[in-house]
Design a protein around this ligand. Structure first.
Ligand code: ATP
Ligand code: MP5
Length: 275
């Protein structure tokens, strides 16, 4: 009997920090890749001692350790899509940007992680300009929440037209697409509205705002699900569609673990959807 042809293995890479509590960062990204049928790889930029009560310590990797991990992936395991999360400082951003160019990595999704939900800084303030100058122009998509979009563009975002203007500015700064997330928008009390801009038109995803404290790592999980979709060959709006369904299920069926702000449920999408 002729053996069945080997399935095409799609690979996704996350360049991010480790969250010992498993709800955000590298751990959230790898769980999401796995759930969405994509082979996950990682470059660790920092080790955080973290649980549902907060970030207790941050140990950044040195630049050589990050470069060595990037090179190990680049020389042998070309990813179909790449996402970045916690990048710590300018030297790590530069190392990541250099490898994206050197190896011709496509489908780069930037989650411009700056501050953890509990308030701890995950990116040095002086590294924001390196992020915008070096990495943003290489991206297929950047996924800021509202405070991150304000920091990147220098404008304040209150109204819907402010959001649209911020997205236009981010595209002018070099991003190919922008997903501006609405979790932090106090004006939409019952809804969370995420907005995608691809440089030409806007598309909106409106979801019921779920009343839960377990939203640790939602931004990481959403951007990892988009990255998995792109690695599987989906067009950007379809990858966002998939990711929106994934994060909504993950928040709706949270595990309820930990005494503080708990993680989402990465199994929920698989167990509630016919695949
Ligand atoms: N209470 C909620 N109910 C439903 N969806 C939510 C809720 N909070 C956030 N989301 C969704 O989770 C995703 C992340 O949104 P948010 O704006 O909170 O990003 P973030 O601040 O970057 O997340 P994180 O703090 O984990 O980095 C978005 O798709 C958003 O719509
Ligand atoms: C390693 C790492 N990466 C990202 C986040 C952001 O997640 P959140 O805003 O939910 O705290 C985090 N807390 N830790």
């Amino acid at each position: 009997m002729t053996p069945a042809p080997a399935p095409t293995i799609r690979k996704a890479l996350t360049i991010a920090g480790s969250d010992s509590g498993g709800g955000a960062g590298i751990q959230a990204d790898l769980k999401t890749f796995q759930e969405l049928g994509v082979y996950g790889m990682s470059v660790v930029t920092a080790v955080t001692a973290q649980n549902t009560l907060g970030v207790h310590a941050v140990y950044p990797m040195n630049e050589q350790a990050v470069q060595a991990q990037l090179q190990a992936i680049g020389d042998d395991l070309p990813p179909d899509a790449v996402k970045t999360g916690m990048l710590v400082d300018a030297s790590i951003i530069e190392a990541a940007a250099e490898c994206v160019v050197r190896y011709g990595w496509r489908n780069l999704v930037i989650d411009p992680v700056m501050i953890a939900k509990g308030g701890s800084a995950l990116l040095r303030q002086e590294a924001v300009s390196t992020l915008t100058n070096k990495l943003l122009p290489l991206s297929a998509l950047v996924t800021p929440n509202i405070p991150e979009a304000e920091e990147l563009t220098g404008m304040s975002i209150v109204t819907l037209s402010d959001r649209e203007e911020a997205a236009r500015r981010l595209c002018q700064m070099g991003a190919r697409g922008v997903l501006l997330k609405g979790g932090h928008d106090p004006s939409t009390q019952d809804l969370v509205i995420d907005m995608l801009y691809d440089g030409r038109s806007f598309r909106f995803w409106e979801n019921k705002r779920l009343d839960t404290r377990h939203t640790h790592g939602t931004g990481c999980t959403l951007s990892a699900a988009i990255t998995a979709g792109l690695a599987r060959g989906l067009e950007l709006p379809d990858a966002v569609d998939l990711a929106e369904a994934f994060i909504h299920a993950a928040i709706a069926h949270s595990l309820g673990i930990g005494a503080g702000q708990g993680p989402t449920n990465h199994f929920a999408y698989r167990s509630t959807t016919k695949q």
